[in-house]
Design a protein around this ligand. Structure first.
Ligand SMILES: NC(=O)c1ccc[n+]([C@@H]2O[C@H](COP(=O)([O-])OP(=O)(O)OC[C@H]3O[C@@H](n4cnc5c(N)ncnc54)[C@H](O)[C@@H]3O)[C@@H](O)[C@H]2O)c1
Length: 261
């Protein structure tokens, strides 16, 4: 695991916006980007957790529902007006509710809710931030997709998977369109991450955990800090030639046929 007290300082003076900042991958990334020197604007619908994240790193909380166009525009305006630039957008907020399941049982309501939160939100965030980055002539956008954007699962979450495929394709297209204006857009594709929810689910049902773990060459799920380290790389100039990529951080899942015993 990464020790954030010992990280390099690649982002000094830059401004980063993180959505879904209050928990999981978002929270680990807030900590990592701040440790590398960035000003971080923490966006979430959960005020308590979002405020705590911002307070911890001396950043700013912006209460934002990422499915609402006006709130998303206000988020990036706040970042720009507070710190003078918007250099990094980590569009990460997402949901995976239990009523999004097999196509046979998933209703239109669940389908649309997941599409709004996971895909429309990324469209809104990119649409809002790109004009700032065009004026600056630089910027790095990292959109959270998932390894399920490139692999099928028999344990289906149909709208979630479709939304992440959309994030991957949209990020590629934007990365290509704006490449000559100094803006990079990449889709981060994490493998399964060791979140409290996942831990609880698998503690209750070891067979369910085993069914998934057998596909991971690394033999374990990722820690949020390992995903955050990849975001920091994509945000920094160390990744200056990484653009329009589906950036897999999946412990080798998508490359595996037979895994070690
Ligand atoms: N955890 C995994 O195994 C995994 C794997 C691959 C991809 N992902 C993706 O990574 C991202 C983060 O996942 P996580 O596991 O850290 O989730 P999490 O549930 O721990 O955190 C998500 C955060 O997003 C916020 N949020 C939800 N809806 C929002 C909205 N409408 N507006 C603003 N904020 C909202 C929540 O309040 C929460 O703080 C998601 O896009 C998820 O799909 C997760």
């Amino acid at each position: 695991m990464t020790d954030t007290t010992a990280v390099c300082r690649r982002l000094v003076g830059r401004t980063a916006v993180v959505t879904g900042a209050g928990s999981g991958i978002g929270l680990a990334t807030v900590r990592r980007l701040a440790a590398e020197g960035a000003h971080v604007v923490c966006a979430d619908v959960d005020a308590e957790r979002g405020e705590a994240a911002a307070a911890e790193v001396g950043g700013r909380y912006a209460h934002t529902d990422v499915t609402d166009a006006e709130q998303v525009e206000a988020l990036f305006r706040t970042a720009h007006d507070t710190y003078g630039s918007v250099d990094i957008a980590f569009n990460n907020a997402g949901i995976s509710p239990p009523d999004d399941d097999s196509i046979l049982t998933t209703g239109l309501d669940a389908w649309q809710r997941v599409q709004q939160t996971n895909l429309t939100s990324v469209y809104l965030c990119c649409k809002a931030v790109i004009p700032y980055m065009r004026r600056q002539g630089k910027g790095s956008i990292i959109n959270t997709a998932s390894f399920v954007a490139v692999m099928g699962a028999a344990t289906s979450q149909i709208s979630y998977t479709a939304s992440k495929g959309g994030v991957l394709a949209m990020s590629r297209e934007l990365g290509v369109q704006f490449a000559r204006e100094g803006i990079r857009v990449n889709a981060l594709c994490p493998g399964p991450v060791n979140t409290p929810l996942l831990k609880e689910l698998f503690a209750k049902d070891p067979e369910r955990a085993a069914r998934r773990l057998v596909h991971v060459p690394a033999g374990r799920f990722a820690e949020p800090e390992e995903i955050a380290a990849a975001v920091a790389f994509l945000a920094s100039d160390d990744s200056s030639f990484v653009n329009a990529a589906g950036f897999l951080v999946d412990g080798g899942i998508s490359g595996a046929y037979v895994t070690p015993l």
